[in-house]
Write a protein that binds this ligand. Sequence first.
Ligand code: ADP
Ligand code: F6P
Length: 320
Amino acid sequence: MDRIAVLTSGGDAPGMNACIRAVVRSALNNKMDIYGVERGYAGLVKGEIKRLNTRSVSDMIHKGGTFLSTARCPEFKDIEVQRQAVEALSAYGIEGLVVIGGDGTFRGAKDLSDNFGIRVMGIPGTIDNDLSYTDYTVGFDTAVNTVLWAINNLRDTFHSHDRVGLLEVMGRNCGDIAVYAGVAGGAEYVLVPEVPYNLDKIASSIKKSYLRGKTSNMIILAEGAGNRDEIAEYIAKKSGIEVKVTNFGHIQRGGSPNMADRVLAARFGYKAVELLKEKKESCAIGIRDNKVITVPFSEVQGTRDKFDTELYNIAHILGL
Ligand code: ADP
Ligand code: F6P
């Protein structure tokens, strides 16, 4: 394969630039022509494609976001729209594609592969860590550390004021950011979509902890687990103690990728190019037990089954 392209799609994640860099430099090392598609599938459909060289990715490894830009393109589910993307690829003579994104991005990749025979390699890039087949996605580790920074700051002020705080974090329908940040930040309660919770019990436990002299409590709420204001209001009403709400929002999506995400990005980007060079079937790349693995896109779809219940329990045992 002589000519390939790379794009980023869905929500951006720290480490996407490091991953593009790895794809570009690995391709050039194999004497391949490498192109960058701007704005994900939206840009692909419009033919927003540019040639990249080694300098295109200079000074990129440490930058958050994605210099190729990303977008959501709901119309890409339509096969006729996909056909336009395929025409754009063939206009440039591009034979293989690397897509960096999440579950939705991989659905688009599967369609390009199944419907048009395009060879597509998928790299998991999302802060959510919501793909079952891989232990980690690029961006998750950095996002959790950013959340941890927020928890540390909130702990300072809530401890000083004897307050209960509720921090909402991202993750879509996945509780991983909340659980990892909760364990690392010493939160008392972690609410995730994967595990039912009882607000009456939480309210009563907070009240009891106040009576025995523990006057500061932190609740981490995964965005998919409920409405932050309603939950805070309910706990406050039941416990008689005010609950201060913070929504951390998009701050957790930005920032310089940490070591774990940069190394993961390098390993995934390198692997994607190797697979294209060897003309392997389209697949998703992941990591399991610190080994880079590949999985057919058909096995990536479906429900998520890797929630770490043990870690979730540890959060609550240690947060008492
Ligand atoms: P992520 O890749 O992070 O899960 P999205 O769910 O927003 O983010 O998906 C990214 C893009 O992937 C969508 O905007 C759309 O262009 C494409 N996509 C999502 N679902 C499908 C699908 N069922 N078929 C084809 N393309 C899809
Ligand atoms: O998928 C990444 C993510 O940040 C989710 O955690 C969140 O639900 C969503 O994207 C937010 O999307 P947007 O940036 O479009 O508001």
